[in-house]
Design a protein around this ligand. Structure first.
Ligand SMILES: C[S@@+](CC[C@H](N)C(=O)[O-])C[C@H]1O[C@@H](n2cnc3c(N)ncnc32)[C@H](O)[C@@H]1O
Length: 295
């Protein structure tokens, strides 16, 4: 499969800026749909870093951290895509027209998306739009928020004794046929979630009281361990640990901010026990020193 400059062409022609495979001879552009991870730049994949450093155009979501954006060459054009990114939200088309235009001009475009592009990242819509437009693309995975948060806070998303499944669920209300938030559909979707494993809710902060009600009516006990995690893997990471019943109050009390996840299930108890024991062992200074040494 021809993946453009990232594999075959790079191997044949080398990597220097004056090499003949430079953009002018690329007949078609290439769009790399890249997972930027949850925030910490060290969680980018090597492949993501490689394409980012070679980008001519970077189109980025509101969730992509400035530290990651700074890894693109200063010469690369930057396009904010999304509600809070300063760009226009495109409802009718599934790919920003500026991205399509740059690719048609033969540019190496990196479409940076928070976390992993395949998890609530609209990669399906964008890949379809690119395929329909006849533009070559590749998808480069990223660390999804749930995985980044789990690692950062020692939350085992599965555990042999308490949870053998993990579900990633979207917990935001979508508009119904009348344009208003479709509560009935939301409640139905929550009722369909598996009850014995771990659930990680994305985009659940705004609807937390409703989420709790929907979970209760679906049979989840109010005492189910639960935690809220904000800005995981970034310097502003915060979290609260409680139960389904106490979580809305805890979140409100600390003013937990988006982007945030809600983790539900007994793995939260395992997390609490690990952290309790870990506090006695220490080691945070050693870990911090290690990263300072290799930085
Ligand atoms: C539109 S979804 C995109 C998810 C992304 N594709 C991923 O794989 O993580 C946005 C949601 O991801 C979650 N999220 C993204 N980054 C996060 C972070 N650093 N900490 C906590 N939650 C995060 C939040 O639930 C946020 O509302």
């Amino acid at each position: 499969m021809d993946r453009g400059y990232t594999t075959e062409t790079t191997r044949k022609c080398g990597n220097g800026p004056s090499e003949p495979w430079a953009p002018s001879v690329l007949r078609r552009g290439l769009v790399s749909l890249v997972g930027a991870g949850p925030g910490d730049p060290d969680l980018l994949t090597v492949k993501a870093l490689r394409v980012l450093m070679a980008a001519e155009v970077v189109a980025y979501d509101e969730l992509v951290s400035p530290a990651i954006l700074a890894l693109a060459p200063p010469s690369a054009a930057r396009i904010a895509v999304g509600r809070r990114g300063g760009g226009v939200r495109h409802h009718e088309v599934d790919m920003d027209p500026r991205v399509l235009e740059a690719a048609r001009m033969g540019r190496r475009v990196v479409r940076l998306k928070g976390g992993d592009p395949s998890i609530f990242g609209r990669v399906g819509e964008e890949a379809l739009a690119l395929a329909e437009a006849g533009i070559p693309f590749e998808i480069i995975p990223g660390v999804s928020a749930a995985l980044g948060a789990a690692a950062s806070l020692a939350v085992p998303l599965t555990h042999r004794l308490v949870s053998s499944t993990v579900t990633f669920a979207a917990a935001h209300l979508t508009p119904g046929p009348d344009g208003l938030p479709d509560v009935a559909r939301f409640v139905k979707q929550i009722a369909e979630l598996p009850k014995n494993g771990t659930i990680v809710f994305y985009m659940g902060l705004g609807a937390l009281p409703l989420l709790r009600e929907a979970l209760l009516s679906a049979g989840w006990p109010d005492a189910t361990p639960a935690m809220g995690i904000s800005k995981a893997t970034t310097p502003e990471e915060t979290h609260v640990v409680g139960t389904l019943g106490t979580l809305p109050g805890l979140v409100a009390a600390v003013k937990l901010k988006a982007p945030a996840l809600v983790v539900l299930g007994h793995v939260v108890d395992v997390h609490a026990r690990i952290q309790e024991l870990r506090a006695d062992v220490g080691g945070h200074e050693e870990i911090a020193a290690l990263y300072t040494q290799v930085a």
